[in-house]
Design a binder for this molecule. Structure first.
Ligand SMILES: Cc1cc2nc3c(=O)[nH]c(=O)nc-3n(C[C@H](O)[C@H](O)[C@H](O)COP(=O)(O)OP(=O)(O)OC[C@H]3O[C@@H](n4cnc5c(N)ncnc54)[C@H](O)[C@@H]3O)c2cc1C
Length: 400
């Protein structure tokens, strides 16, 4: 089943996607077979309500895929194609083939923190990312979660993060905050640290992982848990690679809807398939395939360290997920009300794709930042707001 994602979708694009034959296609086919096996044992579709049982099964899928070959050693383009294959089976598998946000730890943590976290993440444990705050995820430069120095040279973090995915499953969170100089910074925070409080919220899609608010009340962070580098530069570098993976997952989900719809139509008891259906199908195929090529271009630029990689990743994420979302919606109409049943994979994929219009960057904001780039407008970084009284009190850890 997963092999159709390779045979029908990736294979025709292979010479363009992988002109230098650097992708291990055999490993990709093995992944497809492993995915079929593990999803037979741990089906992760919408048959279970959101909750611990569903995310337990997703975690099992991650662990089995790790045990069957591991991840972290394949190039980002391989992971992009692997995510397309995973999305083809279930968009909830968006974290199935790699370190995900743990990549920030792998690339930017101190050697001590890497030594502590990488073995666990490479063994399949999850890292969450905590950026968005109640004043708006589109205004990251105005982050209000703040740090005050602790006596041991570390930090105490306080603030509220919202809409956080992998809320209860993550072993660690990469938390973005302002340091006492007002600069954006990030730290890897053990999910078991005291002072963290989680408030789950039920999502209407992407319900495989839990989601909700993460409150931080004087959460202790050791000096070696602070990531190296400016917070905004870390975000740009990370999302230049991460967004193409998410986009490929979404396009894989829509490609599966395409295949379900075309198979259903071909089997329909009709004299001939109407023209409107044929037009929708022809257009959807071209849109999905070209959007996938677009996100492969973004991935390539990120891998090359191109200075415009972040802009490409933002614009092709917005475009690719938009394409996946609207083609799935148009195709769904061709199979009638059957695709509207709650247990239909088409209905589930549509709910999940709606979530991806927000997750990892809301689309108007991503297009706007690309537009700003093309119009030659500099990015305005507002001065930190004077809204964190504790910074001015410079409260030093009372427990020390
Ligand atoms: C399923 C899902 C998973 C997610 N997972 C995570 C996660 O793991 N970690 C994380 O940190 N976040 C996560 N998010 C949050 C996501 O990144 C944010 O939803 C996104 O960045 C947008 O932020 P927001 O929802 O606060 O919207 P806002 O920033 O409030 O923006 C909403 C709208 O208001 C507009 N707007 C903003 N300012 C103005 C203005 N001055 N005038 C007019 N309009 C304005 C924006 O352009 C946008 O259209 C997740 C979201 C979803 C749905």
């Amino acid at each position: 089943m997963s092999s159709a994602a390779i045979g029908l979708w990736l294979h025709p694009l292979r010479q363009v996607l992988d002109p230098n034959a650097t992708v291990n296609w055999q490993r990709l086919r093995r992944l497809a077979a492993e995915l079929d096996d593990v999803l037979t044992t741990y089906p992760v579709g919408s048959d279970l309500p959101p909750g611990p049982e569903r995310s337990h099964r997703l975690r099992q899928v991650r662990r089995v895929l790790v045990a069957d070959g591991g991840f972290g050693d394949e190039p980002p383009l391989w992971q992009l194609l692997a995510q397309f294959v995973c999305g083809y089976r279930d968009v909830d598998l968006r974290d199935a083939t790699g370190l995900g946000h743990g990549r920030l730890v792998a690339r930017h943590a101190t050697p001590t923190a890497r030594g502590r976290w990488l073995p666990r993440l490479l063994a399949g444990e999850l890292a969450g990312i905590a950026i968005t705050e109640p004043h708006g995820g589109t205004r990251v430069t105005e982050t209000r979660t703040y740090a005050v120095p602790a006596r041991d040279g570390g930090l105490l973090l306080s603030g509220r993060k919202c809409w956080i995915s992998r809320l209860t499953e993550a072993a660690a969170f990469v938390v973005f905050f302002r340091d006492w100089h007002g600069r954006l910074a990030a730290a890897v925070v053990d999910a078991a640290t005291s002072g963290l409080r989680r408030t789950p919220v039920a999502p209407s899609g992407l319900a495989g992982w839990s989601w909700g608010a993460l409150d931080l009340d004087q959460v202790r962070v050791r000096p070696d848990e602070i990531l190296c580098g400016d917070g905004m530069a870390l975000l740009r570098e990370h999302f230049a690679t991460y967004r193409p993976w998410v986009t490929a997952t979404a396009l894989g989900g829509a490609a599966a809807v395409f295949d379900i719809v075309t198979t259903t139509l071909a089997a329909r008891d009709v004299d001939r398939i109407r023209d409107n259906a044929l037009i929708t199908i022809g257009r959807a195929h071209a849109q999905l395939a070209t959007a996938l090529l677009g996100c492969a271009v973004a991935e390539h630029l990120a891998e090359q360290g191109d200075q415009h990689a972040n802009m490409w990743a933002a614009a092709t994420k917005a475009h690719g997920v938009d394409v996946a979302d609207h083609t799935a919606a148009e195709l769904a109409l061709l199979v009638g009300a059957a695709g509207f049943r709650a247990d239909s994979p088409i209905a589930k994929t549509r709910r999940d794709l709606a979530g991806l219009l927000f997750a990892d960057g809301i689309h108007d904001s991503l297009y706007r930042s690309a537009g700003r780039h093309h119009a030659g407008m500099p990015v305005a970084v507002p001065a930190p707001r004077d809204n964190t009284p504790a910074i001015h009190n410079a409260k030093v850890d009372a427990a020390d």
